[in-house]
Design a binder for this molecule. Structure first.
Ligand code: ZN
Ligand code: ZN
Length: 461
């Protein structure tokens, strides 16, 4: 009897993993080992043959040429590059060392648009602020000649929402520190990895403010610096060397390509991503995967027959350094009505939620989209209003229809904007689920004869 119970217990312990494996397949609607060859071909190709592709540099121009060749070879029509000027910044050397009271090196990386230190470096005292709000409250003139340090409490979340909430030390902190007269600023990396690796990303300077040296510390180094500040009985001083350069105006470009629909009078379906990456990685998750998903979905729809509407893929340029491509595309196409826009720029995690901004104005279409993706484990969220990603300025400017296919981003900010954003971080099965969901959604939208916004008015526009 007891033996039986033990055997049953062992059996029940064994069952959940098998059940989980089955749930995995059923939930995502994929065969085990699913692999989308076209999407993988794009992603492996661009990360291997191009690698890092910083906005405005010859690397980004090579990426455009490579992508245009790939799109033509795969059968897209109307493959074009629309050039636009941007302000370009490039990284230099980056080093930091605590000189007192506990001398040791720190791992950091310059933020995009950081100013440079003098060529021989900058030696200064560190002043700690737990938040940008507390930095703002510092008396004017109290930071002259000092280096500001700001921490934060970003944590991993499925929807990545902490990135917006805790991003202010990187986005606004440097501008505030410069206005207060600081000589430089170091922030805890806006990321969730405990690897000894720093996360870059752009900062911005208020009108008329001269950029100061601005860098992100790896998370373990930020912990270490905070302990040193806590234990020190004397000022904590640091030697900082950053030698980035502002190159002035150079050219970027938006690459677009089409699957031409059978009724050119209908506004197109726009599938967007960005082609540029940071300079420290080949940008597999950010945003090689997004372009692989968008382009492959267009091809997979075309495999099912010519769609009614044209599907246009937009590989935006220069997203990382200030959404230049998205702005340029919206300005250039202001008079061309877009039918609906989708963007992929959050890695390649499983898609788990469907959102639109027309669930109330066109509930019938929303329901058909929900039905099309239910088999892939995607939940409809009619109450959440889609706002689109960075490369969909045109949809927001036009007040047009947007679909957001939310990916699981729990691990995304471990990798984001670090040298670890490499091909091995992309799970082929998860990438295949993304393509399958995008194909299902793009297929419904591209064959929709009626106004996608529906008879009602898109709420909030
Ligand atoms: Zn991105
Ligand atoms: Zn990015």
């Amino acid at each position: 009897m007891h033996k039986h119970l033990l055997a049953l217990a062992a059996l029940s312990l064994a069952l959940p993993s098998a059940a989980n494996a089955q749930r995995y397949d059923a939930r995502y609607g994929l065969e085990p080992g699913a692999h989308d060859e076209i999407a993988w071909d794009f992603l492996e190709g661009i990360t291997t043959e191009i690698g890092p592709r910083l906005a405005g540099t010859p690397d980004e121009a090579r990426a455009r040429a490579w992508a245009m060749d790939w799109l033509r070879a795969r059968g897209f029509d109307n493959v074009v590059n629309e050039p636009f000027p941007i302000q370009t910044w490039v990284r230099g050397e980056e080093r930091a060392r605590i000189t007192a009271p506990f001398p040791q090196d720190m791992v950091l990386t310059a933020l995009g648009f950081s100013g440079a230190t003098p060529a021989e470096g900058l030696s200064a005292e560190i002043v700690h602020f737990p938040s940008v709000a507390e930095l703002r409250a510092a008396p004017d003139g109290s930071l002259t000649g000092k280096i500001v340090y700001i921490g934060h409490a970003m944590r991993a979340t499925q929807d990545g929402s902490h990135y917006g909430y805790f991003g202010s030390p990187r986005r606004q902190g440097p501008g505030v520190a410069a206005q207060k007269g600081a000589a430089g600023i170091i922030v805890r990396s806006i990321g969730t990895s405990n690897d000894r690796i720093a996360h870059t990303g752009a900062t911005s300077w208020p009108e008329g403010v001269t950029p100061i040296p601005a860098a992100a510390l790896s998370s373990p180094d930020a912990d270490q610096l905070e302990r040193i500040l806590e234990r020190a009985d004397e000022p904590v001083t640091v030697d900082l060397l950053l030698t980035p350069q502002f190159l002035g105006e150079t050219m970027s470009g938006n690459v677009t390509a089409e699957i031409v629909g059978s009724d050119p009078s209908l506004p197109p379906v726009l599938l967007a991503c960005h082609l540029d990456s940071w300079d420290n990685a080949p940008g597999a998750l950010d945003d090689g995967a997004g372009c692989a998903i968008a382009a492959t979905a267009a091809l997979r729809v075309a495999e099912q027959g010519q769609p009614l509407r044209t599907i246009r893929v937009l590989f935006a340029g220069a997203e990382e350094t200030g959404l230049w491509g998205s702005s340029a595309y919206s300005a250039a196409h202001a008079d061309e009505e877009m039918g609906v826009g989708l963007e992929s720029d959050f890695g390649a995690g499983i898609i788990w939620r469907l959102e639109t901004n027309f669930s109330r104005s066109n509930p019938g279409l929303f329901q058909r989209l929900a039905n099309a993706v239910a088999g892939y484990g995607v939940l409809p969220a009619p109450q959440i209003r889609a706002t689109g990603g960075a490369d969909l300025n045109i949809m927001r400017d036009q007040g047009g229809p947007i679909v957001d296919l939310q990916q699981d981003g729990t691990g995304y900010f471990d990798i984001h904007h670090t040298p670890n954003d490499t091909l091995d971080k992309v799970d082929p099965e998860e990438l295949a689920q993304n393509v399958a969901v995008w194909t299902a959604v793009a297929g419904v939208l591209a064959n929709e004869a009626g106004d996608i916004a529906g008879p009602g008015i898109i709420a909030g526009e």
